[in-house]
Structures are given as structure tokens and as C-alpha cells.
Design a protein around this ligand. Structure first.
Ligand code: G3H
Ligand code: 13P
Ligand code: ZN
Length: 319
């Protein structure tokens, strides 16, 4: 299946405008009908371009056929400015699979390998992907944090600015994920005053000024959602996200894509916990799943408006 048949576009067009107008396109992770619907609804309400991100484990959870069926059902058109992106593809085979089933963009994450092996693996994916007009994101440096099924580096290594020019010219990638202090999951910072490494970001942006940069592990972890979860039976302590002022500042420094998964997980969980608590007699999942969907839509809209700055940007010819 070619992604254009699904009304999708690749990320190059999205990033060109984001780089030009200094905002970030949100990449929200989805794993079922509710998350997909929430992300698409929010993007349409806010007139924001959006990247639907699907991890390898989410793809396994939904199956490729279910995912593509749901994407078709969403009746996306190129005017929506939506890309379907493989998040953290581990090797060439998973990237090729994603491309063959209808993704418009892939990430090859070979950041755990040596620089030369990262280059070789990334290059192989780029050569295949570009033949199909698919955009490719790669990563330099490693983020800390552990996700459900795959382990990311538990110790983070910031991206070395000295590596970026060589990496970009050797691979011909379309965007680069960098490590400047963000991390996956809900426990990103021990203290409120921890800052992202803006000096590293500035150094990278000067060296590769035309290349869109990507921030993974960039959830804001709204404390209101944590409080709701804990109020209604959850037990999450010490969760802290990336400060929204710092995220906004990053969008002015060539960060064109900001990845968010944990915030939607929290919005989903908070809504379900509250609903089950408030109406203990109810056992109709459609009731609490629609509340979860509405809560995730609102979280997406808030972040589009107050963090990404991507609202009212679907018309790329607008001022
Ligand atoms: O960065 C990765 C995402 O948060 C996906 O996590 O593999 O649990 O779907 P997942
Ligand atoms: P968060 O865990 O901060 O939401 O990061 C998501 C992510 O980077 C997906 O690739
Ligand atoms: Zn990530």
C-alpha cells in the first residue's frame, strides 16, 4: 500500500514550514482506535499538522492490518497534513515493513551502535526509503528511560555536536533526533530547575542549520493528570516532565518535531480511573473510553497551542 492512497504525506513538507516559521509538529504515539481518533480530531480542531507515531510494540499490539484499516477509516486527505511515522524502528527489516504497508515516514534508531555502524544502518534505510519518497529520521546520542517492551539506554549520552555533520552528509537523512537531556517515560527530572542542554542544541543547529531536529521523550507530564490518577486509586510518585517554557524555546532553535506519548497515557488513565470511581455501577467500556478519548483530544489541543505552536498551520501558504 502506498501512503498517498491513504491521504498521508511524508514529513518533509511539514518540517520545511516548521523550520521556516519556528514551531514544532507534534508526534503523538497511538496504539488503538481511541488514541488515533483523539490525535486526528485534535489536529483537525486546531488546524495543526500532526505526525501519528507508531512504535514497533504498538504495531505488534494493533497488528498492521488493523492499523491500516483504522487509518483508512479516518478518511485523511493531504489537506489534513498528516504523516504516519514508525517510531524507533530498530533495524532495516521493520522500516521496510512499515514502508510496504503504508507508512509515510520512518525512524531508524541505531543510536545504540557505534557511530560508523549507526551510519551504515541508517544509510541502508535511507536508500530504500527515498526510492519510495518516504522521509527518514535517525538518532545520534542516547536518551535514558525504559519503555514497555524495548529498553532504551539507561544512561543518557548527549549528542556530540562534532559528529553531526559527518553523520548527516554520510546518511542523507531528512531529520535528526538529538539527546539534550530529555528522556522517555514519566520520570524525567529529579529537580524542577533541571535545564535542557541548550548550548548543545545551539551548537548542532549552527552546524546543520537546514536539517529539522527532533526531541524525543518530551512529554510535559501535567501534574493535574498525576493528581487525578492518584486521587482515584493510582500510585504515581515523583513523575516530572519537561518544562513547557523550555520546550517552546527549543521550537525556536530548529526543533521541528516534539514526541509525546506519556502525556496521552496519563490523560487516558486519569479519565478512566475517575469514571470508574464516579460510577462504580457502570460496566460499559464505551462510556469510560469515550471520556478517555475526549481527555486525550484536549491534551493534544493544549499541547498544540501552548507548546508546539502548530495551531493554524495547516495552510502552509498563510503568513
Ligand atoms: O518512545 C517510545 C514510545 O513511548 C513508545 O513506547 O514501545 O511502549 O509503545 P512503546
Ligand atoms: P515521552 O515518554 O516523553 O512521551 O516520549 C515519547 C517518545 O519519545 C516517543 O518516541
Ligand atoms: Zn522516542
Amino acid at each position: 500500500m502506498k501512503y498517498t492512497e491513504l491521504g498521508l504525506i511524508n514529513t518533509n513538507e511539514l518540517f520545511a514550514d516548521a523550520l521556516n516559521r519556528h514551531y514544532a509538529v507534534p508526534a503523538f504515539n497511538i496504539y488503538n482506535m481511541e488514541t488515533l481518533d483523539a490525535v486526528i480530531n485534535a489536529a483537525r480542531i486546531a488546524n495543526s499538522p500532526v505526525i501519528i507515531a507508531v512504535s514497533e510494540s504498538a504495531l505488534k499490539y494493533m497488528t498492521s492490518d488493523m492499523l491500516i484499516g483504522m487509518i483508512r477509516g479516518a478518511k485523511i486527505t493531504p489537506d489534513d497534513k498528516i504523516a504516519l511515522h514508525l517510531d524507533h524502528g530498530r533495524n532495516f527489516d521493520i522500516c521496510r515493513h512499515a514502508i510496504e504497508i503504508g507508512f509515510s515516514s520512518v525512524m531508524i534508531d541505531a543510536s545504540q551502535l557505534s557511530l560508523n555502524d549507526n551510519i551504515a544502518t541508517t544509510k541502508q534505510v535511507v536508500e530504500f526509503a527515498h526510492k519510495h519518497n518516504i522521509s527518514v529520521e535517525a538518532e545520534l546520542g542516547t536518551l535514558s528511560g525504559i519503555e514497555d517492551e524495548h529498553t532504551f539506554g539507561t544512561i543518557s549520552t548527549y549528542t556530540n555536536p562534532d559528529d553531526v555533520e559527518k553523520f548527516v552528509s554520510a546518511t542523507n537523512i531528512d531529520s535528526l533526533a538529538i539527546a539534550i537531556g530529555t528522556s522517555h517515560g514519566a520520570y524525567k527530572r529529579k529537580h524542577d530547575d533541571e535545564e535542557l542542554q541548550f548550548n548543545i542544541l545551539a551548537d548542532i543547529a549552527i552546524r546543520i542549520p537546514k536539517l529539522p531536529l527532533v526531541l524525543h521523550g518530551a512529554s510535559n507530564i501535567p501534574q493535574k493528570l498525576i493528581s487525578t490518577i492518584n486521587e482515584f486509586g493510582g500510585k504515581i510518585s515523583g513523575a516530572r516532565g519537561i518544562d513547557e517554557n523550555q520546550l517552546r524555546r527549543a521550537t525556536k532553535m530548529n526543533i521541528c518535531k516534539i514526541n509525546v506519548d506519556s502525556d496521552l497515557r496519563l490523560a487516558f488513565t486519569a479519565a478512566v480511573r475517575k469514571s470508574l470511581h464516579d460510577t462504580p455501577e457502570n460496566f460499559n467500556p464505551r462510556d469510560f473510553l469515550s471520556l478517555a478519548r475526549t481527555a486525550m483530544t484536549q491534551t493534544c489541543i493544549d499541547e498544540i497551542k501552548f507548546i508546539m505552536g502548530s495551531d493554524n498551520k495547516t495552510n502552509t501558504s498563510a503568513e
